[in-house]
Write a protein that binds this ligand. Structure first.
Ligand code: FE2
Length: 285
C-alpha cells in the first residue's frame, strides 16, 4: 500500500451560519475553497444552547448533495416537499437537492450537547437539475465494526467487508467515523483516484506527514492507503473520500452550478417561487 501523506493542513475556523449558529468550517474557506467533489465541511459542536438554538430556518439549495451526520443532539429536518426527518445522535441524512429543495434544520433540544457534521458533495452537470432525493438512516441501522481499540461506523462506502448505509452513486462517496484508543494505529486502503481527507474532532492523531489536532483537516496527497495513529488520549475522526468531477464550479451561497448564468437562473427561480420542481422520494430505515 502506498500510504498517502498530508498535502494540506487546514485549521477549521469558527463562523456564524443559519440564524446565528456557530460552526467550524474547513472546506469552503479561503484556505481550501473546494476539494473536488467536496464543496464545504461544517462541524457544529457546542454545549451552549445560545450557539445553536436559533438553528437553520427555511433556506434553499440547488445543484448538490448535503450529507448531515449527527454525533450528539437532535435536529429536525423539514422540507418544502413534505419530508420530515429526525436527526439524532449517530444518524445520517443524505439530501440530493439537485433541481431545488427548500428546507429547515432546527434543534429539538433546549440544552445539552449538539455535535455533528454537514458535508456538501457536488453533483455532476447532468444531475444538477435532476429530481431531488432523500435518504435518512437511524443510528441503529448504521453498521459498526468494533474491537481491539478500534471502532468504525460505516456511513457510506465499504470497510472490513461491510458497507455503509448511504449510497452516493455520483462520487462513490466513502464516509467513515473512526474512534481509536490511545496509541492505536489504523490503516485502510483509499481509492487512488479519489480526493480524500481526515478531520479530527476528538483527541489528537498522527498521520503520514504530521500531527493532527482537534478541528484540523488534513487533505491527503497521492497514494492508495491511509495510516493514522491515535495520540495519548485516543482520537476520533472522519475519513472521507470521493471521485472528483473535474467540472467548473460556480457557487453563490446555497446554489452551486457550472456557469454563472445557471446560478442567476437559480436566484430568479427562487425569487419567482419556481425553485422547487419535484417532490423528493424518501428512502431509509
Ligand atoms: Fe440546508
Amino acid at each position: 500500500m502506498n500510504i498517502r501523506s498530508i498535502r494540506q493542513l487546514v485549521q477549521a475556523h469558527a463562523i456564524t451560519e443559519g440564524a446565528g449558529v456557530t460552526v467550524h468550517r474547513s472546506i469552503g474557506t479561503p484556505a481550501l475553497k473546494h476539494l473536488d467533489p467536496f464543496l464545504m465541511l461544517d462541524h457544529f459542536g457546542s454545549d451552549n444552547p445560545d450557539e445553536y438554538i436559533a438553528g437553520f430556518p427555511e433556506h434553499p439549495h440547488r445543484g448538490f448533495v448535503t450529507v448531515t451526520y449527527m454525533l450528539d443532539g437532535h435536529m429536525e429536518h423539514r422540507d418544502s416537499m413534505g419530508n420530515r426527518g429526525d436527526l439524532v445522535a449517530g444518524g445520517v441524512q443524505w439530501m440530493k437537492a439537485a433541481s431545488g429543495v427548500i428546507h429547515s434544520e432546527m434543534p429539538r433540544q433546549a440544552n445539552g450537547l449538539m455535535r455533528g457534521f454537514q458535508l456538501w458533495v457536488n453533483l455532476p452537470a447532468a444531475e444538477k437539475m435532476a429530481d431531488p432525493a432523500y435518504q435518512e438512516y437511524s443510528p441503529a441501522t448504521v453498521p459498526e465494526l468494533a474491537g481491539d481499540g478500534v471502532r468504525v461506523r460505516l456511513l457510506a462506502g465499504g470497510y472490513g467487508g461491510g458497507r455503509g448505509v448511504i449510497d452516493d452513486p455520483h462520487t462513490d462517496l466513502r464516509y467513515l467515523d473512526i474512534g481509536l484508543a490511545a496509541g492505536r494505529p489504523f490503516e485502510t486502503e483509499v481509492a487512488g483516484d479519489h480526493s480524500a481527507f481526515i478531520y479530527v474532532f476528538d483527541g489528537e492523531a498522527d498521520t503520514e506527514g504530521g500531527g493532527l489536532l482537534r478541528h484540523h483537516l488534513a487533505v491527503l496527497g497521492e497514494g492508495d492507503g491511509v495510516r493514522v495513529v491515535a495520540g495519548p488520549a485516543g482520537a476520533r475522526f472522519i475519513l472521507v473520500s470521493g471521485r472528483p468531477l473535474g467540472e467548473p464550479v460556480v457557487q453563490y451561497g446555497p446554489f452551486v452550478m457550472n456557469t454563472r448564468q445557471e446560478v442567476e437562473q437559480a436566484f430568479a427561480d427562487y425569487r419567482d417561487g419556481r425553485l422547487v420542481r419535484a417532490r423528493a422520494m424518501m428512502t431509509g430505515a
